[in-house]
Design a protein around this ligand. Sequence first.
Ligand code: ADP
Ligand code: MG
Length: 196
Amino acid sequence: MKVYLGGEAEVRIHENEVEKIRRQKRYRILELDEILRKSRTKTEAKIISIARRNGVPTPLILDVDGDKIVMERIKGEPVKMVMNTEVSREIGRMVAKLHRKGIIHGDITPMNLILSDNRIFFIDFGLSFIEDRVEPKGVDLHVYFESLKASFDNWRELREAFIEGYREYGGTEDVLIRLQQIEERGRYIERVEQTG
Ligand SMILES: Nc1ncnc2c1ncn2[C@@H]1O[C@H](COP(=O)(O)OP(=O)(O)O)[C@@H](O)[C@H]1O
Ligand SMILES: [Mg+2]
């Protein structure tokens, strides 16, 4: 068994199953923390299932118990290891499907995607929520593009391929326009930080 200790969760990888246990936040009052962890865990499991029903590959949920999700283990390669324009285009298509259902993933990065059986599995819905507005959708894309910049020299073509896939599956122009505005806000903040 392999164990990942992230900021939010402890993830235990077994041969065919994965247990994801949301960790206690010590700065929060214990009873409140317990309530929040349980409700976040429920939401995460629910959104994983909704995504799957709508044609976005996600692990099958086997059990939800308090702050723990037991799910199918997806055997494949983290997208980080196998990224190319075809992969990025397919990610764009799947994100469009999520957005059409009002699902914001919240953490689309190459470590939270697994290529298995020629399909892209979305695995980490720990920050996801349902909201049918342009702003969080734009932020969703922004997070993905920032993660591309951090990891790949050819991030520009990966980004273009993603946008093509996103449009192909019904991703809307208002989201792409908002993305541009979000990026301009980011550049403005960078300039202010540089010049004081
Ligand atoms: N269902 C799964 N199948 C295979 N690997 C998984 C699965 N869920 C998580 N993992 C692995 O565990 C890591 C951490 O899980 P993740 O859900 O991303 O937790 P965190 O919120 O701590 O990032 C992932 O990057 C992935 O490598
Ligand atoms: Mg993760």
